[in-house]
Design a binder for this molecule. Structure first.
Ligand code: SF4
Length: 425
């Protein structure tokens, strides 16, 4: 396949979640030949929570439910300028300065749905802080970088990161419906002049085909669930045909910021590509709305195991109570908490980054107090490209002879009769 033939413009996402292959994708379609998605199942989203209903009545009174629940309408009507934003939100000085200055390398964008979750008057609202620019993001610390994880340096071909022996990260798109201010890939999301990521698909697929050690591909971006239905299916179908690939995963924030995208058409398509896992990016318990619950239920009902990823963020979710609420809420949404990330040192992230001890204290405050299923792995993605390194509070207190001294979740001491004494004894 050549690049020209597989490009479908991002514009499609704003036009139609088409059930039939767009003609511009004809060659990739022909290569993969997935069956067309059943037209009868074209069912849009249908949940509006009471608080969002109030927001619609106030700010979008002429908008019909079918429009609001149409993900393409949500994307077309994203709020991207100061002028638009001030119609809904009273800006703080720090926000106004940042928005007026305009960080060209990383735009501001928020869906009307996600806007309905933020407080119009409180700049310290955690959901608002995570997506609204603040002048502090222009304060660049010495050790911060555009690509702190050296993803570009671990890319054998553009758009593919091969860091671990048996798995790769496939950057399928540079588009996100909402721009998180702490985004590790802001260098990619913000670069509006970058060539369309789909130009890279063919070479990335070819690389995976030529490397039988690769068993697992994580499709990320940007947000792959913002891709139109047919190109996304083409990609999944093409990957599915690679025999040594045992698992396909998708990383997305769409169920949280654009739950309307989780149409029955989408889940009916996704469930053809099992084993398929989805990791959903959650930040705060306020994101656990009726809409997101429905989106997760649709995916889970399609047999897709759901995990979560959360970035630890100062002033947003950096305390035990918030994390407890989020993690337990995720379980009730049938999402298994997976990773809690220490915030990467991207440029302008200092105001978001907590001491590592904060993350350890949170894990300690969760372990033993809530179900083990609700406790994520706390990790630092090592700067420079070392991969994820797990961190745990220290529950050991050294050896007494053969006995390993242990501290339990409540701080009580116990000992385990080990089969051999510690090598340090
Ligand atoms: S959803 Fe993920 S990739 Fe997109 S802006 Fe947020 S953190 Fe970045």
């Amino acid at each position: 396949m050549n690049a020209e033939e597989i490009i479908c413009t991002q514009k499609e996402a704003f036009q139609e979640d088409t059930d039939e292959p767009p003609s511009t994708c004809s060659v990739l379609t022909a290569l993969t030949a997935p069956p067309p998605v059943n037209r009868i199942n074209r069912t849009l989203f249908n949940v509006i929570s009471p608080s969002t209903r109030q927001f619609i009545n106030r700010y979008f009174p002429g908008v019909r439910d079918e429009q609001w629940n149409d993900w393409r309408w949500q994307i077309r009507n994203r709020i991207q300028s100061v002028k638009q934003f001030t119609q809904y939100v009273q800006l703080s000085d720090e926000e106004e300065k940042a928005l007026s200055r305009g960080r060209k390398s990383f735009p501001f964008a928020i869906t009307p749905y996600y806007l309905s979750l933020i407080s119009p008057f409180d700049p310290s609202d955690p959901v608002r802080m995570s997506v609204v620019p603040n002048i502090r993001e222009y304060d660049i610390a010495e050790d911060e970088k555009d690509d702190p994880l050296n993803e570009d340096g671990c890319s054998p071909v553009p758009g593919l990161v091969h860091r671990y022996p048996n798995r790769v990260l496939f950057l399928a798109t540079d588009f996100c419906s909402v721009c998180c201010r702490y985004c590790t890939r802001s260098r990619l999301i913000g670069n509006v002049h970058r060539e369309n990521c789909r130009n890279n698909w063919a070479a990335a697929i070819e690389y995976i085909e030529q490397h039988p050690e690769i068993e697992d591909v994580l499709i990320s971006g940007g947000d792959p669930l913002t891709l139109p239905l047919q190109p996304l299916e083409n990609l999944l179908a093409r990957l599915k045909r690679i025999e040594h690939l045992k698992l396909i995963r998708i990383g997305s924030k769409v169920p949280v910021v654009l739950p309307q995208r989780i149409s029955l058409n989408l889940v009916n398509m996704l469930k053809k590509y099992h084993p398929l896992f989805i990791s959903i990016h959650f930040t705060h318990p306020r994101e656990l709305t009726e809409e997101t619950k429905e989106a997760c239920a649709r995916l889970a009902n399609a047999g897709i195991p759901l995990g979560s990823q959360t970035v630890l963020l100062k002033g947003i979710n950096d305390n035990v109570q918030t994390m407890r609420e989020l993690m337990m809420g995720l379980l009730s949404f049938r999402v298994r908490p997976y990773y809690l990330y220490q915030c990467d040192p991207i440029r302008g992230s200092k105001h978001f980054r907590t001491p590592v001890q904060t993350g350890l204290d949170i894990i300690q405050g969760l372990r033993g107090f809530i179900s083990g299923y609700a406790i994520p792995h706390y990790v630092i993605d090592a700067p420079g490209g070392g991969g994820k390194i797990p961190l745990l509070p220290d529950y050991t207190r050294g050896y007494n002879g053969n006995n390993l001294q242990l501290r339990n979740y409540a701080g009580n001491l116990y000992q385990y009769p080990d089969t051999e004494p510690s090598p340090c004894e």
